[in-house]
Design a protein around this ligand. Structure first.
Ligand SMILES: CC(=O)N[C@H]1[C@@H](OP(=O)(O)OP(=O)(O)OC[C@H]2O[C@@H](n3ccc(=O)[nH]c3=O)[C@H](O)[C@@H]2O)O[C@H](CO)[C@@H](O)[C@@H]1O
Ligand SMILES: C=C(OP(=O)(O)O)C(=O)O
Length: 427
């Protein structure tokens, strides 16, 4: 298996193009199940998760065509056509590799009146139950059965009648599933305390472009008036705010200056606020953001929260940055119960971090040193890359399949700004 070898210490400078958002793409792709007409998505990132989702869609009989962008270009165009759905079952083998497969449940139920999806298991960052996905669908009139590790959802003849659901906990995925089920309901569906992440807005915008009727887009109360049918659409996937935030940390931890082309400052306001508190300079304009630092970073306290709060998907990267900041920082992870898997690895590189439950106390150290490390999830892996970029000596990061799920051409992008990083085959 491949590994990344990083020789730390280079000041990163230049421009990084920001890719389409993984977490938006993973909810836009299943929208193709909602119509017989083609849905064309532009600016799709080249990621293992997107390939996995394409495979899953093919399994349902959806034809997918990747249109000709050159391999050297970032972003792809994929047309998906679900003229005839030949299977309503998402098997364990595909779902286990990609949790987001659960997002086919809502649209498949809406279009076909039934859907059977393997229950996704827990993962490194926590249990990640799907009870709220199922309760929301039940509230709209679906019948749910659980058997042999699969969830089977069925709509009454003629479709979902509609209803209301008040989320007891904000859930991005459950909001997405509920929205995709609601758009073809016979009546009106109301969602209260829904997630408001920019990726949800992206989903709503595509659904509206396909003919859906949704009120309250961008707020936590959404009203969906079901329509008889949806039509095809062409849509550009939003920029990846987590990828942009991750590279912003790379500029900061190396005392560098990076232009993040295509990043949208307003969608990552909490990350920008945190970076400014740490002493990082950020300039925002209509086409991107520019991040620079003289290397003099200071401690800050951070708490993750649903949007517009600080994204849990930025916690590990900001923690890596704080490892070298002056003073003591306190981090609180409120979204996932087990999202500090990077801590022991960062410690092996010289970081001074203590954790107690959901709290981490990070005391800034003068220097980090290169080491052989590996992480068990996507953002944790990126935090190790960050530490490697700032460390003295060589760092080797293993288990690259995590990074390949979520960072398009990671090492190429870092090389563009002067990082000494290469992917090599394992010996
Ligand atoms: C593909 C995708 O978009 N993934 C993102 C999505 O994951 P995902 O959609 O899985 O995360 P959720 O927003 O659903 O999870 C938030 C919290 O709700 C809990 N919960 C969720 C569903 C449920 O049915 N029951 C329940 O209790 C979870 O365990 C967690 O504690 O949002 C997370 C939170 O911003 C991000 O970290 C992930 O990157
Ligand atoms: C946790 C993440 O993704 P997923 O929900 O796909 O595991 C992430 O993007 O950081």
């Amino acid at each position: 298996m491949d590994k990344l070898v990083i020789r730390g210490g280079n000041r990163l400078e230049g421009t990084i193009p920001i890719s389409g958002a993984k977490n938006a793409a993973l909810t836009l792709i299943p929208c193709a199940l909602l119509t017989e007409e083609p849905v064309t998505l532009r600016n799709l990132p080249r990621l293992a998760d997107i390939d996995g989702f394409q495979h899953l869609m093919n399994q349902f009989g959806v034809t997918t065509v990747i249109q000709g962008t050159r391999p050297e270009d970032f972003g792809r165009v994929m047309s998906l056509e679900a003229t005839r759905i030949t299977s309503t079952v998402a098997p364990y083998d595909l779902v286990r590799k990609m949790r987001a497969s659960i997002l086919v449940l809502g649209p498949m139920l809406a279009r076909m009146g039934e859907a059977t999806v393997s229950m996704p298991g827990g993962c490194a960052i926590g249990n990640r139950p799907i009870d709220l996905h199922l309760k929301a669908l039940e509230a709209f009139g679906a019948e749910i059965e659980l058997a042999q590790g699969y969830v089977k959802a069925m709509a009454p003849d003629g479709g979902l009648p509609g209803g209301e659901f008040d989320f007891p906990v904000v859930s991005v995925g459950a909001t997405e599933n509920a929205l995709m089920a609601a758009v073809l309901a016979n009546g009106t569906c109301r969602l209260f305390n829904a997630a408001r992440e920019p990726e949800i807005v992206d989903l709503c915008n595509l659904l509206v472009a396909m003919g859906a009727e949704i009120e309250g887009i961008g707020t936590s109360d959404l009203i969906v008036h079901g329509v008889k049918r949806l039509h095809g659409a062409t849509y550009k996937v939003m920029a990846d705010r987590i990828e942009a935030g991750s590279y912003a940390c790379a500029a900061a931890i190396t005392g560098g200056a990076i232009r993040l082309e295509g990043a949208k400052g307003d969608e990552m306001a909490a990350t920008i606020h945190a970076l400014r508190n740490i002493g990082v300079n950020i300039e925002e304009d209509a086409k991107g953001i520019t991040v620079s630092s003289n290397g003099a970073t200071r401690a800050t306290n951070l708490t993750t929260a649903p949007y517009p709060g600080l994204a849990t998907d930025m916690q590990a990267q900001l923690m890596a940055l704080l490892c070298k900041a002056e003073g003591t920082s306190v981090l609180k992870e409120t979204i996932f119960e087990n999202r500090y898997m990077h801590v022991p690895e960062l410690r092996r590189m010289g970081a001074d971090i203590e954790t107690e439950g959901r709290t981490a106390i990070v005391k800034g150290v003068e220097r980090l040193t290169g080491a052989e490390v590996m992480a068990t999830d996507l953002r944790a892996s990126f935090s190790l890359v960050l530490a490697g970029l700032a460390a003295e000596g060589e760092t080797t990061v293993r288990r690259l399949y995590h990074l390949d799920r979520g960072y398009e051409r990671l090492e190429e992008k870092l090389q563009l700004v002067g990082a000494d990083i290469e992917r090599v085959g394992d010996d």
